[in-house]
Design a protein around this ligand. Sequence first.
Ligand code: ADP
Length: 238
Amino acid sequence: MSETEEKLIADGKRLDGREFEQLRPIQIEVKIINRANGSALVNFGETHAVASVHGPRALFPRWMQESDTGILRCRYNMAPFSVEDRKSPGPDRRSVEISKVSRLAIEPAIFLEDFPKATIDVFIEILQADGSTRVTGINAASLALADAGVPMRDLVTACSVGKINGVLVADLNGKEDNCSEADMSFAMLSTKKKITLLQMDGNVSKEELMILLNLAEKSCEKIYEMQKKALKEKYKRV
Ligand code: ADP
């Protein structure tokens, strides 16, 4: 049996009991690291991501500075203990790519032009990986930036969608991701509905693509409400 033929749906439900469009249980906590300017933890089921933000702060060495804008630096890292077989520590091709697309997904939200010669550093650490780690990390990073008081146009909200056993679903877990016919990572600025990340592996028809985009947007709207609630909770505590 090929990977894509693996049975991922039984009795009209996904193997973890979810409906097709249902997200995993989501937990969000803001301000979890004292030494960072901003931080957040986001759990999508068994995928756990922590983000910490440092800055805006002067960028050194000086030759890296941009005189008319600040820069955003983003590092995505999967902990060695985040997957079943230990992952070798340190950067690899995948983490370099995800760091870059995470930066590109987040950048449009930030008023970087307000911070010439400065840098904002975002560290995304995946503590536990069970699918959709890049989108979980982007949600955490966006909240950590807001927690750091970085001026933003909007929060960035991200989710995954895909096609498993011929069915279109939201928020793929690890097994679904590995055996999917297609999986898409999606991020947007919710208020303006501006898409900032769109990556897809696999094949879908044009009609299915439109349905997936719609499902991604609907899923992000749900996550956006949870992000706002978590931020408000934090300020209620302060
Ligand atoms: P994303 O996590 O954003 O969906 P990928 O599609 O590259 O990105 O990875 C899918 C899933 O595969 C991850 O969420 C994780 O569960 C698993 N995975 C990725 N890299 C490794 C690795 N080095 N070892 C074991 N599992 C991994």
